[in-house]
Write a protein that binds this ligand. Structure first.
Ligand SMILES: Nc1ncnc2c1ncn2[C@@H]1O[C@H](COP(=O)(O)OP(=O)(O)OP(=O)(O)O)[C@@H](O)[C@H]1O
Length: 246
């Protein structure tokens, strides 16, 4: 469903992605782990064209965003990026809109949905993330966990084929991470295809079909959670996990 090959990206002289390649199959949950600064966010942001890569290919459902370093046209970029919903560490909600307004804006503007259509969908999704009673509330009145659940519902409003999460719980107090992880787990049970950059090792182990371990702009090891957590062959991941879990 998602094929990434030989991605390259530098910021000035700093090489941040060095020949990153991986594949995500339909319905799969892929967790991306690795030390701070290893290029995880940059890789994820590249998929939705928030970063421009200097080489490599990104193909989603057979549609290329970039092929061997050459980007498709504007229309193609829109088509590919609209297949993906992105959730950021810091929520990025519109502060001047209510929860309902945050959810309904893009479907109305981008997809031309009617008020009735977008309202019905917003109500269903707020129910799904446990915030049916917050539709008329402004983001400032919500906890971090609630804001992130709104951000997830907002991304789902566009009916993406794949959801991307960039450290969705890193900005939350520990007692609020559970409610957000529960929503992501529910999506996994519904076979939503997802790529989740995370420092939550327990979550990665429980939910992911594949774990990608990145370090220094490279994918070092890829495997199932059991392989990465238990098999002595995956030495570098294990050393990282031991440091993280201390
Ligand atoms: N816009 C930018 N300009 C310059 N350097 C950048 C920019 N964005 C990221 N970097 C650098 O690229 C490297 C990779 O950053 P990235 O955020 O992708 O890492 P990460 O693995 O997601 O880290 P973390 O877990 O801390 O979020 C870091 O050295 C970072 O400082």
């Amino acid at each position: 469903m998602v094929e990434v090959s030989n991605l390259k990206k530098s910021f000035g002289t700093l090489e941040v992605l060095n020949n990153v390649s991986f594949e995500v199959k339909k319905g799969e949950v892929v967790a991306v782990i690795g030390p701070s600064g290893s290029g995880k966010s940059t890789m994820l942001r590249s998929l939705v064209h928030l970063e421009q890569v200097s080489g490599g290919s990104i193909c989603v459902e057979g549609d290329y965003l970039v092929k061997e370093g050459v980007y498709t046209n504007q229309q193609g970029i829109k088509r590919v990026t609209s297949k993906m919903g992105m959730v950021f560490q810091h929520f990025h909600l519109f502060p001047h809109l209510t929860v309902r307004g945050n959810l309904e804006l893009a479907p109305r503007l981008v997809k031309g949905e009617t008020k009735e259509e977008s309202r019905k969908k917003a109500e269903e999704l707020l129910q799904k993330v446990g915030l049916a009673d917050k539709a008329e509330v402004y983001p400032a009145k919500l906890s971090g966990g609630q804001k992130q659940r709104v951000a997830i519902a907002r991304a789902l409003m566009m009916s993406p084929a794949i959801m991307l999460f960039d450290e969705p719980t890193s900005a939350l107090d520990p007692e609020l991470t559970g409610e957000v992880l529960q929503v992501i787990k529910q999506l996994a049970r519904e076979h939503m295809t997802m790529i989740v950059v995370t420092h939550e090792m327990g979550f990665a182990r429980e939910v992911a079909d594949q774990i990608i371990f990145m370090d220094n702009g490279e994918i070092i090891e890829v495997g199932t959670p059991d392989q990465l957590f238990l098999n002595p062959r995956f030495e570098r991941t294990k050393a990282f996990l031991q440091r993280s879990l201390k």
